[in-house]
Design a protein around this ligand. Structure first.
Ligand code: SF4
Length: 177
């Protein structure tokens, strides 16, 4: 039931809410944050479907801007210098054998989801990209974790890895990793 409610929420209520927000000058990021929270709540309260292929998706802006290593084709090109949190994520993904990808945008993210044939996703991104991804990838269950942007948008961002681990643990309890 939560699954259907999530569909109606993402495909009908969210576009409507954006129009409503524009009309009443509600800040877009506030609406997006609210929508991501509702989505996550509905996923967390959903039934016990089995998850076999969980995918962890990170945004490219989480890589240190001075790092010249190309990690979008293979995140394990990371040399683990520790200047950004990619090091921690590669270690985590190796430990639990979890597919980990870094996407430069929504189109690439969608291609990764198709190629990996994932049946659930933990995605890290800004509010705007997350809500777009949630709408696009429905009916796949996706838990979204918003990134931290201490230097402004799209530049040397980070994320609380414990929140990401919690989301992974939730899906792992459904048969994955
Ligand atoms: S941890 Fe990896 S991706 Fe981040 S700056 Fe160092 S080598 Fe580059």
């Amino acid at each position: 039931m939560n699954h259907l409610i999530r569909g109606v929420f993402l495909k009908v209520c969210c576009p409507f809410a954006f129009g409503f927000g524009w009309l009443f000058r509600i800040k877009k990021w506030r609406l997006q944050k609210f929508m991501i929270n509702v989505n996550n709540r509905l996923v967390l309260n959903s039934g016990p479907a089995k998850v076999k292929n969980l995918l962890l998706l990170l945004p490219h802006c989480i890589q240190n801007s001075d790092c010249k290593i190309r990690i979008t084709r293979n995140v394990y090109n990371c040399e683990g210098c520790g200047k950004c949190i990619i090091k921690d994520f590669t270690q985590l993904a190796k430990e639990i054998n979890l597919p980990l990808f870094v996407a430069t945008g929504g189109t690439i993210a969608r291609r990764i989801v198709d190629d990996t044939k994932s049946d659930a996703i933990v995605a890290v991104a800004c509010e705007r990209d997350l809500i777009g991804g949630l709408i696009d990838t429905y009916p796949l269950p996706v838990l979204g974790v918003t990134n931290d942007r201490p230097f402004g948008p799209c530049f040397n961002t980070s994320v609380d890895i414990e929140k990401v681990k919690d989301a992974i643990k939730f899906f792992a309890g459904k048969g994955s990793a």
